[in-house]
Design a protein around this ligand. Sequence first.
Ligand code: ATP
Length: 356
Amino acid sequence: MAFLSIERITKTFGATTTVKGVDLAVERGEFVTLLGPSGCGKTTILRMVAGFETPSSGTIRIDGKDVTDLKPHQRKIGMVFQAYALFPNMTVADNIAFGLKVARKNGAEIASRVKEMLELIKLPQVAERYPYQLSGGQQQRVALARALAIKPQILLLDEPLSALDAKIRVSLRDEIRAVQRQLGITTIFVTHDQEEALSMSDRVCVMSEGRIEQLGTPFEIYNYPKTRFVASFVGTLNILSGRVSDGAEGRIVVDGQEIVTSRGLNGASTGDALAVALRPEALSIGRANGSSNNLEGTIDEVHFLGSVVRIRVRFKESAVSLDTFNRPNAAPPERGQPITVNFGREDILVLEGAPN
Ligand code: ATP
């Protein structure tokens, strides 16, 4: 059985059902991220696991034990929030010691645990400082140490990086993951940032409107999205309208040009309208021979992003973005230039449902 088991959990506030029958099984030591737009119910799920909210129905088990009706302090859970929730009038050491004092641990044990936690977060020198004397990133590391000091069974992280500068965010991702791995602690991370979710997690749970859309490894979620929502929420995606010209051979006509997919038509057959998705990095410039697909268009926009140059190519009625790597010794393509966009048969993803 999974270490954390969320079974058919529902949460209703007044007339609104925020979480709609969610099932989620998290293995011991696993790092699972709840990813979804604002308001989809991520935080509510986290708060139910922590015991700050009671589910309207359903069961939560930790290590086989039903904790649905237990108070937060009876669950041994560590939590880190988005805003720095450190006690401003306490030193770093006292912040980290807080939960241990509440649990009536003795002084020597507390002192040694605080030292251990400061080493874990690589801030042994800040014990006597106050939160206002730390950077935002350091404060979040202390918040992590405080959450972990009580040796929780589960670590819950609610958008802990979203208030930080871009550069610190990226380095803290690695630090959080390293600490999590070192302790082997089962973790649920909440974010609306898809890059954060893909880069940090063992598995990602994509949510929309109180439901799980898809649960899988970052690789599965990105390359094999099961729903249109997942396909467009995770990563940049070109979506084109098409019509199946030959169902048996996977042939589709897009904007007057024919392409062929080897990944199936998602239930569509000859004559059906469908939506075709292509990732920018799957597209390249130039005509390829053999079994690949070629679409003829014109360069509409060129965005120089540094390591990547993103090019917008217009066909008759639609357009796609594609990424090429910057080459300092080659001039970037120019607007108005005719161009062939090339991609493989396996790069075409046919989305569920008809095109919009
Ligand atoms: P965000 O990233 O904005 O925090 P989220 O996916 O975490 O979004 P939740 O915070 O779980 O979403 O909120 C989901 C919905 O439930 C929202 O519409 C919110 O207004 C509502 N909600 C959450 N808590 C309460 C509450 N205590 N009372 C009433 N409605 C609530």
